[in-house]
Write a protein of this length. Structure first.
Length: 119
C-alpha cells in the first residue's frame, strides 16, 4: 500500500487513498489546507485507505475543527474499520459520523455533540 494521497474529485469532493498513519497524516492535512479552502462544502471518501491508525482519526477531528471554524459542512464516507473502531473506543463516532455498529457506509454528516449538562 502506498503513502496517503488526497485527490480532488471536483465540486468539493475528495478521496483519500493509501496508508493513513502517523507518518502520512500531517502531509494529507497540509495538502488539504489549500484544497479545502475553495470548497463551500467538503465530502471526503476514504475508500482507498487500506490502513490507518489514531493519526487518521486525529486528522478527521482536525478537519472537523477547521470546517467549523470556517463555517463549512464536512462529510466523511467509507471510513476505514480502524478509524471506526478507534472512534467508538474514544466515544467520538457521532462526532465524525461513523456508524455505531450498524454497518452503515453511506456519507453521514459529521455532527456537533450536544452540550453536556451538569446535574
Amino acid at each position: 500500500m502506498s503513502r496517503a494521497r488526497l485527490e480532488s474529485l471536483g465540486e468539493g469532493r475528495f478521496r483519500v487513498s493509501g496508508v493513513l498513519d502517523a507518518s502520512t497524516a500531517a502531509e494529507v492535512l497540509e495538502e488539504s489546507e489549500s484544497r479545502f479552502t475553495q470548497a463551500p462544502k467538503i465530502d471526503v471518501d476514504f475508500t482507498g485507505v487500506g490502513e490507518s491508525d489514531s493519526a487518521g482519526l486525529a486528522l478527521l477531528i482536525e478537519w472537523l475543527r477547521r470546517a467549523r471554524q470556517s463555517g463549512k459542512e464536512i462529510h466523511f464516507a467509507n471510513l476505514p474499520a480502524q478509524i471506526e473502531a478507534l472512534a467508538r473506543i474514544s466515544e467520538v463516532e457521532d462526532l465524525i459520523g461513523a456508524p455505531a455498529a450498524t454497518g452503515r457506509r453511506d456519507p453521514a454528516p459529521a455532527r456537533t455533540p450536544a452540550p453536556v449538562r451538569k446535574k
